[in-house]
Write a protein that binds this ligand. Structure first.
Ligand SMILES: *Cc1c(COP(=O)(O)O)cnc(C)c1O
Length: 404
C-alpha cells in the first residue's frame, strides 16, 4: 500500500494527548469555572437564529455592566485581546495622527508598535518596567493637535495599574480620544469606562472574566464613533472595521426606532459567546464593587504569604495591579526549574517574567475564581513543598491576609 493510500484508510487516526487538570495561576488563561465550561458545551445554534440574537443582546448588556458604560457599541470581538488592540488602532487612528502612548512594559511596547504600523506620529511617554507612568508626564506630552492618548490600564508584564485620573479631561480639552487596554483589569481592578471618561477600550476573556481565550470585549463611546465616521479612508482591516461588525452586533440604540436587521458579517463563535455570557453573569451576580474588593484582598493575602519565602512585589503598593501579582524571585533560586516543578508535580501554572524581567520575576494571576483562598492555599502549599518548607508560616500569613 502506498503512503497516501495508508493515510486515507479508515482507522488510522492517531492517539490524542489527554488534557490534564491544571490550576491556572499565571498571567492567563485563568481558571474556567464549571458552569462556564458547561455553557460552552451547549448545542451550537445558528448565529442568526432569533434565540442566538437574544443571547447576543444579553451578552452585550452584561458587558456594559462589566465595563460600567452605557455605550451601545459594546460587544465581544471574535479575536483575542491582541485583536482588540488592533481593532482599537485601525478604527480610531489615521495615518499622520499624533498619538501619545504610555510605555512601561511589554503591552505598552506592543501598542506603540501597532500605532506605528498604523502610521501614527508617536509620542512615547515612558516609565521603568514595574512603575506606573507619571500622570504629569502624560499630560505634559498632550500638546495641542493631539488626536489620541493610549494607555495600558493593567500592565500584565509588570503587575502595574495605570491611574487614569485627569487623562480624560486633558484629552477632551484637546479633542483627543482616550483609548485604553483593560485586558487584565476588567472586573478585577476598579474601572468605569463612563466614569473615567474612556472613549474606547478593549479587553480579553481569559483574565479576570475566567473564560477561555478567543474573544475581545470591546466598547466605543460617542466621541470615538464620531471619529470613526469622520475618517478620510475606511479602516485598513475589513474584519475589524467596527462599522461593519457593529451592523451585526449592535441593535437599535433609539427605543422608538424600527429594529435594524442584523446582517451577516462573519460567523460568530457561538459557543464561546455562551461561555462569555455565563462568565459575565457570574461577574454581575457578585457585583463589580465586591469583586474589586475581593481581588485586592486576594492580592494582598498572597503577597504576604509569598513574602514568607522571600518573594517581594515589584510594584510599589499604590501602583500594584490587583489581578496580577508580579514578584521578584529571591536570589539563588532557579526560578524556571521551580515553575516547571510546580506544573509537573502539582499541576499549578505560574508565569515567569518577560523581556528585561525574564528570569527575575514571577507573575501570579489573581483573577476571578483564582482570587479565592482555596486555589491560593494550594499554590502556597505546593511552593512550600518544592522549596522544602515554610508551609505553616506562609499559610498563616495567607489566612491572616484574608481576614484583614
Ligand atoms: C493578555 C493581554 C493582551 C493580549 O491578549 P491575548 O488574548 O493574549 O491576545 C493584551 N494586553 C494586555 C494588558 C494583556 O494582559
Amino acid at each position: 500500500m502506498s503512503a497516501r493510500a495508508r493515510t486515507h484508510a479508515a482507522g488510522t487516526a492517531p492517539a490524542l494527548t489527554p488534557i490534564p487538570e491544571r490550576l491556572l495561576l499565571g498571567a492567563g488563561p485563568s481558571p474556567v469555572p464549571r458552569s462556564v465550561l458547561d455553557a460552552l458545551a451547549e448545542p451550537t445554534i445558528g448565529h442568526l437564529d432569533p434565540v442566538f440574537v437574544q443571547v447576543m443582546e444579553e451578552t452585550a448588556a452584561l458587558l456594559r455592566t462589566a465595563f460600567d458604560t452605557a455605550n451601545p457599541a459594546t460587544l465581544p470581538l471574535s479575536t483575542t485581546g491582541s485583536g482588540g488592540m488592533d481593532a482599537l488602532v485601525v478604527n480610531f487612528i489615521e495615518p499622520g495622527d499624533r498619538v501619545v502612548c504610555g510605555v512601561n512594559g511589554l503591552f505598552g511596547e506592543r501598542m506603540a508598535d501597532a500605532l506605528t504600523r498604523a502610521g501614527a506620529e508617536l509620542v512615547r511617554v515612558e516609565a521603568p518596567w514595574g512603575r506606573a507612568l507619571a500622570v504629569e508626564d502624560l499630560l505634559a506630552a498632550a500638546e495641542p493637535g493631539l488626536r489620541a492618548m493610549v494607555v495600558i490600564h493593567g500592565e500584565t508584564s509588570t503587575g502595574v495599574c495605570q491611574p487614569l485620573d485627569g487623562l480624560a479631561a486633558a484629552c477632551r480639552e484637546r479633542e483627543a480620544l482616550l483609548l485604553v487596554d483593560c485586558v487584565t483589569s476588567l472586573s478585577g481592578q476598579p474601572l468605569s469606562i463612563d466614569g473615567d471618561g474612556v472613549d474606547a477600550a478593549f479587553s480579553g476573556t481569559q483574565k479576570c472574566l475566567n473564560c477561555p481565550p478567543g474573544l475581545s470585549p470591546f466598547t466605543a463611546g460617542p466621541r470615538a464613533l464620531e471619529r470613526l465616521g469622520a475618517r478620510a479612508q475606511p479602516p485598513r482591516s475589513w474584519y475589524l472595521d467596527l462599522s461593519l461588525v457593529g451592523a451585526y452586533w449592535v441593535g437599535p440604540t433609539d427605543p422608538d426606532a424600527a429594529p435594524r436587521p442584523r446582517t451577516y458579517h462573519h460567523t460568530a463563535p457561538v459557543n464561546l459567546i455562551y461561555g462569555l455570557r455565563e462568565a459575565l453573569r457570574l461577574v454581575v451576580e457578585e457585583g463589580l464593587a465586591a469583586r474589586w474588593r475581593r481581588h485586592r484582598r486576594a492580592h494582598e493575602a498572597l503577597r504576604q504569604a509569598l513574602g514568607v519565602f522571600g518573594f517581594e512585589r515589584l510594584a510599589p503598593a499604590e501602583e500594584a495591579l490587583a489581578p496580577l501579582l508580579a514578584l521578584r524571585v529571591p536570589d539563588g533560586l532557579d526560578e524556571a526549574d521551580l515553575r516547571a516543578r510546580l506544573l509537573r508535580e502539582h499541576g499549578i501554572e505560574v508565569s515567569g517574567g518577560l523581556g528585561p524581567l525574564a528570569g527575575q520575576i514571577w507573575r501570579i494571576g489573581v483573577m476571578g475564581v483564582g482570587a479565592r483562598p482555596d486555589p491560593q492555599r494550594r499554590l502556597v502549599q505546593a511552593l512550600a513543598d518544592v522549596l522544602g518548607g515554610g508551609a505553616g508560616e506562609a499559610l498563616s500569613a495567607l489566612q491572616a491576609g484574608w481576614e484583614q
